[in-house]
Design a protein around this ligand. Structure first.
Ligand SMILES: NC(=O)N[C@@H](CC(=O)O)C(=O)O
Ligand SMILES: [Zn+2]
Ligand SMILES: [Zn+2]
Length: 425
């Protein structure tokens, strides 16, 4: 197969016209656009469109097993492919929790049946994510888990976290942390700030996140583990991670599109489509996250795709579950807000969603190179469309971005050379 006349970013971040030849699931040649592309059984004309490595999302919730009314591995995979993602790593807060080799195997089997994107399972740190007893790290690694996390809750005991890190370090596996100290968030559903005050809600303070980041950085230093911080949302966390990196502690971090785009003061009313964990913070925190992403303190962008049903989200700000969907809006949101406005280079956005997650988690994807798996995404940078949850492939409709006019929509996605999403089919 040949993808002809695509716009491809070169090493210097400049767009060049290229023909990409795919064979047996890998990129077999990248030809100069001035050369003849040659013949193939299947030719895609990509004139005027951006071709990038398939996007990688290292933090997603697919809800299966146990919460199939919110999402399944198949619907989540389809939504990911539609959003331009080719590799996703799914969180273990399912029912049962992914705390046994059997559930890791179940997730892998379901992902293979769906046959769309590459699904990498995380396993829980503690049994049932209750924070009481460690899971069997050896067996979970053996079954194919790529890291350990209790995402959805923070590991409250420092000793438990230290034990987990020691074990993970021995197995050369990362610990991925949802940073939240429960004693500092009781009853909170939005961040401290103007919105919480106006509506008489208990506010979640920044320290509830940063206190775990600080604690865990010290434990990572002591144990030598690769420590990865989930969905960073505060100025204080960014500062702690920056300092830890400067002194050589093995810490990496991720940030979500909504924490780069929205602050608590933007929440329009008591609508739970604006409720997520961590919550939207102050404008100052948003600016610190952006700065952190630009200087590499925050290594990558993840969606934290967290679908919930409409009934659940209709329960209101206090009672509805935390979380918003992310796959199908992530790239267009960031492209429109930061690249189309000239604030960021296109290559920075692409790197933080491809090469950087691949580097941190040692994946063999995320680059457009001869010999690499043909995981690719074709993007129309010009077409403008409104976010319409009714048209989502995910079962979730829970997004604060309804009606936003965006550019940069993925139009085709390939995994190992197979088309997994095509706008025109
Ligand atoms: N981010 C969220 O708001 N919710 C996630 C849990 C999590 O990522 O902590 C979920 O599972 O719904
Ligand atoms: Zn989390
Ligand atoms: Zn999550």
């Amino acid at each position: 197969m040949i993808i002809k006349n695509a716009s491809v970013l070169n090493q210097e971040g400049v767009l060049e016209r290229k023909h990409i030849v795919l064979q047996n699931g890998v990129i077999s040649a990248i030809l100069d656009g001035a050369e003849a592309a040659g013949e193939a059984a299947d030719t895609i004309e990509a004139e005027g469109k951006l071709l990038i490595p398939g996007l990688i999302d290292m933090h997603v919730h697919l809800r299966e097993p146990g919460f199939e009314h919110k999402e399944t591995i198949e619907t989540g995979s389809r939504s990911a492919a539609k959003g331009g993602f080719t590799t996703i790593a799914c969180m273990p807060n399912t029912r049962p929790v992914t705390d046994s080799p059997e559930i890791v195997q179940f997730v892998k089997d379901k992902a293979r049946e769906a046959g769309l994107v590459k699904v990498l399972p995380y396993a829980a740190i503690t049994k049932n994510e209750l924070g009481r007893e460690l899971t069997d790290f050896d067996a979970l690694k053996e079954a194919g888990a790529i890291g350990f996390t209790d995402d959805g809750v923070g590991v409250q005991s420092a000793q438990m976290m230290k034990d987990a890190m020691k074990l993970a370090a021995k197995l050369d596996m990362p610990v991925i942390a949802h940073c939240e100290d429960n004693s500092l968030v009781e009853g909170g559903c939005v961040a401290e700030g103007r919105f919480a005050e106006k509506h008489g809600l208990i506010g979640i303070p920044n320290e509830s996140e940063a206190i775990h980041v600080g604690r865990d950085i010290l434990l990572a230093e002591a144990t030598g583990v690769h420590y990865h911080v989930c969905h960073v949302s505060t100025e204080q966390s960014v500062r702690l991670i920056r300092q830890a990196k400067q002194i050589g502690i093995k810490v990496t971090a991720e940030v979500c599109p909504h924490h780069l785009l929205l602050a608590e003061e933007d929440i329009p009313g008591l609508d739970a489509n604006w409720k997520m964990n961590p919550p939207l913070r102050s404008r100052r925190d948003v600016e610190a996250c952006i700065e952190g992403l630009l200087d590499g303190t925050l290594d990558m962008i993840v969606t934290d795709h967290a679908p919930h049903s409409e009934e659940e989200k209709a329960k209101g700000m206090q009672l509805a579950p935390f979380g918003i969907v992310g796959f199908e809006t992530a790239f267009p949101l960031l492209y429109t807000a930061f690249v189309a406005t000239g604030k960021w280079d296109l290559s920075l956005l692409v790197q933080r969603m491809t090469a950087d997650p691949a580097r941190v988690f040692r994946l063999n994807t995320g680059t457009l190179a001869v010999g690499a798996p043909a995981d690719l995404t074709l993007i129309d940078l010009e077409q403008e469309k409104e976010v319409d949850p009714g048209a989502f492939a995910t079962k979730g409709r829970n997004t604060p971005f309804t009606g936003w006019k965006l550019k940069g929509w993925p139009v085709m996605t390939w995994v190992d050379g197979q088309t997994v999403w095509n706008e025109n089919n």
